[in-house]
Design a protein around this ligand. Structure first.
Ligand code: ATP
Ligand code: MG
Ligand code: MG
Length: 364
C-alpha cells in the first residue's frame, strides 16, 4: 500500500494516521519529540526538526504522498521535495501569515474580516492605533496558536506597556470584532473539485484556548447556509485539497472570518464519532485522490478538550461514564494548558452531563 508522510507528530497527525491506517495506508511521521503522539501509531517516525532538510527529504523519499498537521512548515524546503504534495504550497503560504491570510479572505474570497493594519515598528503601531479603533489585538503574523503571541490593546496604558516592551517580529493589529458567538466549519475539496463541508460547530474558548465545541451550532438555517456558502467560496478560491478549518465570528447574521487552518481542526474532533465521515478520513481521502460524499450528523454532540491534568481526572472517572468517547493523545509530559486529550458525547442528556463535568473539573 501507499505510504503517507505527515510533517508534525501531534494529536492532529495522530488522528490523521489512525484514519489512514484504518484504510490500509502506511504512515511515516516527522517530529523532533521521540514517540510523538502520531509517531506512536505510525509505521515509522523520523525524529528531527520539521525544517531539517535532510530529514524532510528522507520522509519524502519513503512516502508516496506528503501532508502536514500544522501551518508553520518551511515552504522553501517543502517546494524542493519530489514527492506528491496534493495540498500544494500556496495554501501554506497564504495561511502561515495572518496578513496574507486576511488579505486573501477579504480581497479574493470576498468575505469580511476584522479591520487590520500591518505593524513592523513602534512608529507604525502609533499610526495603526489611529486607523483601528480600540479595543484591538496585536498579534504576531506567524507562529501563534492558543493565543500565544497576542496582546490585548484596550487603552493608553496597554499602548504604553507595549511600547516599553516591544515584541520582535512582524505584527498585525486587528480591531476587536463585536461577536456573539465563535463558530467553525470544516471543508474539504476532492481531486475532482467536489466540495464537502461538515456541520458547523459552536466553540467556547477559555484563556484563548478552545474548551468546548457543540455541533450543530444553534443558528438559523439561513445563517447556516450563508456560512456553508462562505466555506465553499474559500475552498474554491484556494483550489483546496485536504481539509481546511475556518474559524468564524458571528453576531446575528453578520459573519467575519477569524482565521484559517490548512488541516483538520480541534473543533472538528466531534466528527470522529458524530458524523458519517470524520474530518480525518475526509482529509486522507482528499489527499489520496478518493472522492468525498456528503456528511451526515448522527446526533447533536459536544466535544470537551482535556487540558493538563484534566486528562488524569477524566481517566479516573472513565469507569463511571460509558457514554464518553475518551481520547488520550499519549503525550509524554502533562503540562498545564496543554491539550492532552478530549471527550466527545452524543445526545442531549449526555451533552448536558459532560458540560457540567467540564465546569466542575476544569482547571480554571
Ligand atoms: P488557535 O489556537 O485557534 O490557532 P490563535 O492563537 O491563532 O488560536 P486566534 O484564533 O487569532 O488565535 O485568537 C484566539 C481567540 O482570541 C479567538 O478565538 C477569539 O476568542 C479572540 N480573538 C482573536 N482575534 C479577535 C478579534 N479580532 N476580535 C475579537 N476577538 C478576537
Ligand atoms: Mg491560529
Ligand atoms: Mg484561532
Amino acid at each position: 500500500p501507499a505510504t503517507i508522510g505527515i510533517i508534525g507528530g501531534g494529536q492532529l497527525g495522530q488522528m490523521m494516521a489512525l484514519s489512514a491506517k484504518a484504510m490500509g495506508y502506511k504512515v511515516g511521521v516527522l517530529d523532533p519529540t521521540p514517540a510523538a503522539p502520531a509517531g506512536q501509531v505510525a509505521d515509522f517516525q523520523i525524529v528531527a526538526a520539521y525544517n531539517d532538510i535532510v530529514a524532510l527529504t528522507q520522509l519524502s523519499e519513503r512516502s508516496d504522498v506528503l501532508t502536514y498537521e500544522f501551518e508553520n512548515v518551511d515552504v522553501a524546503a517543502l517546494s524542493q521535495q519530489k514527492v506528491a504534495l496534493p495540498q500544494g504550497t500556496k495554501l501554506l503560504e497564504i495561511t502561515s501569515n495572518r496578513l496574507t491570510e486576511k488579505s486573501f479572505i477579504r480581497d479574493i474570497a470576498k468575505v469580511p474580516v476584522a479591520n487590520f493594519v500591518a505593524v513592523d515598528s513602534p512608529a507604525m503601531f502609533k499610526e495603526a492605533i489611529k486607523q483601528v479603533t480600540l479595543p484591538a489585538i496585536l498579534k504576531t503574523v506567524s507562529g501563534g496558536y492558543d493565543g500565544h503571541g497576542q496582546w490585548s490593546i484596550n487603552n493608553d496604558h496597554d499602548v504604553a506597556d507595549l511600547l516599553n516592551n516591544w515584541p520582535s517580529g512582524q505584527l498585525i493589529l486587528e480591531q476587536c470584532v463585536p461577536f456573539k458567538k465563535e463558530l467553525s466549519i470544516m471543508v474539504a475539496r476532492d481531486a475532482k473539485g467536489q466540495v464537502t463541508h461538515w456541520p458547523i460547530s459552536e466553540n467556547v474558548h477559555v484563556n484563548h484556548i478552545l474548551k468546548t465545541s457543540d455541533a450543530p451550532a444553534a443558528i438559523s438555517s439561513e445563517d447556516t447556509e450563508n456560512i456553508e456558502r462562505i466555506a465553499t467560496r474559500i475552498a474554491e478560491a484556494l483550489t483546496l485539497r485536504g481539509v481546511l478549518g475556518i474559524e468564524l465570528f458571528v453576531n446575528g447574521s453578520q459573519v467575519w472570518v477569524n482565521e484559517l487552518a490548512p488541516r483538520p481542526h480541534n473543533s472538528g474532533h466531534y466528527t470522529i464519532e458524530a458524523t458519517s465521515i470524520s474530518q480525518f478520513e475526509g482529509h486522507i481521502r482528499s489527499i489520496t485522490g478518493l472522492p468525498l460524499s456528503d456528511v451526515t450528523l448522527y446526533e447533536p454532540s459536544l466535544m470537551l478538550n482535556l487540558l493538563g491534568d484534566e486528562l488524569t481526572q477524566a481517566r479516573e472517572d472513565l469507569v463511571n461514564h460509558p457514554e464518553w468517547h475518551f481520547h488520550d493523545y499519549g503525550k509524554a509530559t502533562i503540562k498545564a494548558n496543554r491539550k492532552m486529550g478530549h471527550i466527545t458525547v452524543l445526545g442531549k442528556e449526555n451533552i448536558s452531563a459532560l458540560r457540567k463535568w467540564g465546569e466542575t473539573h476544569g482547571q480554571h
